[in-house]
Design a binder for this molecule. Structure first.
Ligand code: DX5
Ligand code: ZN
Length: 216
């Protein structure tokens, strides 16, 4: 199983000061910065686009990934790749061409991630096993931070781990210093965490707690 990685989301930090949060996350040694891109269509909220991704990418050396919660993922690939995203994750519910989109991302040297909602069966990802670099299993319904992890979604993680032992498997939603262990036990190795890091005394402290909890 690939080694654990912490990929905090900036979604729950104050939108007028994402820069401070990103600097603190980078200083805390996170593996990735996770950017939640919402278009007001695939999910009701609208967050931000590639301009912000670019500005944040220029701020710190930590790699950034785009989680596209958008109805038209392929339309946004160019902008987020040009903004510096090394991994682009799109939702399989948003396209009939998930396999092709993985190939398109890989062709451009970008890690291809495919996300599934809690209501989507894990079998949907089976045909992409050889063309995706990462599967993102949503452990809450997408759109909002601060929800509780839906434990049933972790069965999908176990199935994916069985299918492809070397796959990067990311869990997103309701991950804190307690639930991270459960997600890791199911087979996940990339952990998005958002609102938890706004509740800890400092971002650095929260990241250390997450790292400790999944260090084994
Ligand atoms: C939800 C987003 C998540 C979310 C995580 O649609 O994809 O990245 O912000 O936030 P928490 O950790 O608060 O569930
Ligand atoms: Zn996300």
């Amino acid at each position: 199983m690939p080694h654990p990685q912490i990929a905090p989301s900036i979604l729950s930090f104050p939108a007028d000061d994402y820069r401070s949060a990103v600097r603190e996350l980078a200083a805390a040694g996170v593996d990735w910065i996770h950017l939640d891109v919402m278009d007001g269509q695939f999910v009701p909220p609208i967050t931000f686009g590639a301009d912000l991704a670019k500005a944040l990418h220029q701020l710190v050396p930590t790699p950034i990934e785009a989680h596209l919660m958008t109805l038209t993922p392929a339309l946004h690939f160019d902008a987020f790749i040009e903004a510096g995203c090394k991994r682009v994750i799109f939702h399989t519910e948003a396209t009939d061409h998930a396999h092709l989109l993985c190939l398109q991302l890989r062709k451009r040297g970008i890690l291809a991630g495919v996300a599934i909602n809690p209501g989507t069966p894990v079998e949907t990802l089976y045909p992409m096993l050889d063309v995706m670099d990462l599967a993102l299993v949503m452990t809450v319904n997408p759109g909002w931070g601060g929800q509780s992890l839906i434990t049933e979604c972790l069965d999908k993680v176990s199935k994916l781990r069985e299918w492809r032992p070397d796959l990067e498997i990311e869990v997103d939603g309701g991950i804190d210093a307690d639930s991270i262990a459960m997600a890791q036990a199911a087979g996940a190795n990339v952990f998005v965490s958002g609102s938890y890091l706004t509740r800890t005394p400092t971002i650095g402290y929260g990241v250390a707690q997450l790292k400790r909890a999944c260090a084994g």
